[in-house]
Design a protein around this ligand. Structure first.
Ligand SMILES: *[C@@H]1O[C@H](CO)[C@@H](O)[C@H](O)[C@H]1NC(C)=O
Ligand SMILES: *[C@@H]1O[C@H](CO)[C@@H](O)[C@H](O)[C@H]1NC(C)=O
Ligand SMILES: *[C@@H]1O[C@H](CO)[C@@H](O)[C@H](O)[C@H]1NC(C)=O
Ligand SMILES: *[C@@H]1O[C@H](CO)[C@@H](O)[C@H](O)[C@H]1NC(C)=O
Ligand SMILES: *[C@@H]1O[C@H](CO)[C@@H](O)[C@H](O)[C@H]1NC(C)=O
Length: 338
């Protein structure tokens, strides 16, 4: 009997056309089914790659956690080590969201002085880690699964884990995806901004000058733990380009407003650097926000700039002229020393 090989099924040449059509039809259906299963699988794979394979320890129950807090806690199961006796200590995910020269470095050292908090620094400062959404997600997954190691990691008994994230480090660019991630993994955002944006501008200028000049024996430092170094760094007074000052302040302000808008439905707390400096109760608010036992927090960092802003810029008179009568006039205020 002669036969044609059609996908491995032998069809006698003599069979009527109807049978051939039926077989073909069945093959088509099978094909579509196989294809659909296959495509389903591939979307599953990419999705779990993007959103991370979470390895939760499901045998843990939340101890002494108020019921409304339960959705916000996690029991990560790190791949690189065992949490040992703290295996079932609940963990909260967070990110400190800020702009350069807004006191967030100092703030982070304060938080890291807590026994149960690990903030891993400015991770997204590396452009590779924020090159695209999947790079971002894989960094976030690693951090929140406690598999990121830095000098700040406390590993086993960490109860709050996160890092410092500047607005211009992919956070605004991928805000939608990041807000989704935050919702999915209950990331708590701690916004810390400087209310005196003029003061921030001055600090940005001084810091970028030092990147070139390297005042400390040829090394650049953005932060310091030494009074002597702070004094050297503070000697330099930048000149502000007053023709673009208002424009830059506007753009800083807009960035902050936009960030708050993008993440308004993410669990967050908003702090101003100046308030934290003046009122240490703000640090209690943060610890409560992260569900941590309240401790006294300390930082070894030394403020680089002291005294009134007028002593920190070369062309203060012009700066005054530029801001008088504008909505930024308050930045010139004597009381705003910070
Ligand atoms: C904080 O860390 C200590 C050990 O360093 C641990 O005994 C304690 O259970 C941790 N607290 C929380 C809330 O995880
Ligand atoms: C995302 O960025 C990383 C790091 O630069 C790169 O290795 C990877 O190929 C990129 N992935 C996509 C999908 O572009
Ligand atoms: C710079 O180097 C000199 C000589 O090595 C040292 O005495 C001084 O303390 C250093 N200054 C700073 C700010 O590191
Ligand atoms: C101030 O900024 C403007 C616009 O960028 C520029 O054209 C001008 O040269 C700058 N002035 C000084 C003194 O740097
Ligand atoms: C200090 O901060 C706490 C907590 O946010 C607040 O309740 C209190 O009013 C603040 N005190 C002053 C003097 O601003």
């Amino acid at each position: 009997m002669e036969a044609r090989d059609l996908a491995g099924i032998k069809i006698p040449k003599s069979s009527p056309l109807v049978i051939k059509m039926v077989v073909l039809f069945i093959l088509m259906i099978c094909g579509i089914y196989v294809l659909s299963v296959f495509t389903n699988q591939t979307t599953d794979i990419t999705e779990s790659n993007l959103l991370g394979v979470k390895l939760f320890d499901e045998s843990c129950v939340a101890p002494n956690v108020e019921e409304e807090e339960i959705p916000y806690i996690h029991f990560p199961k790190p791949q690189t080590f065992s949490r040992e006796e703290c295996r079932c200590n609940p963990v909260r995910n967070f990110a400190i969201v800020s702009m350069q020269r807004s006191g967030s470095g100092w703030f982070e050292t304060l938080l890291n002085s807590h026994t149960n908090l690990s903030s891993n620094g400015e991770l997204m400062g590396s452009s590779e880690r924020r090159a695209n959404v999947s790079a971002l997600y894989s960094t976030l997954d690693k951090v929140y699964n406690l598999d990121w190691f830095s000098s700040a990691s406390k590993n086993e008994c960490t109860a709050a884990v996160g890092f410092k994230w500047m607005l211009n480090q992919g956070l605004m660019k991928y805000h939608e995806e990041i807000a989704n991630y935050c919702k999915r993994y209950d990331v708590h955002l701690i916004f810390i901004f400087r209310s005196n944006l003029l003061s921030r501008r001055i600090s940005v200028l001084a810091n970028s000058y030092d990147k070139e000049a390297k005042l400390l024996n040829g090394t650049h430092k953005s932060h310091t733990h030494s009074l002597e170094e702070a004094e050297i760094l503070a000697r330099f007074k930048p000149t502000i380009n007053t023709s673009v000052l208002i424009q830059s302040l506007n753009s800083d302000k807009r960035a902050i407003m936009r960030a708050l808008e993008y993440f308004k439905s993410t669990r967050h707390i908003l702090l101003y650097y100046e308030d934290v400096v003046k009122n240490r109760t703000k640090l209690v608010d943060v610890q409560k926000f992260l569900g941590l036992p309240v401790q006294e927090l300390r930082s070894g960092q030394v403020k680089i700039h002291k005294g009134h802003l007028s002593q920190r810029v070369e062309n203060w008179e012009n700066v005054q002229k530029a801001l008088k009568g504008t909505s930024y006039e308050a930045f010139l205020d004597k009381d705003l020393r910070l």
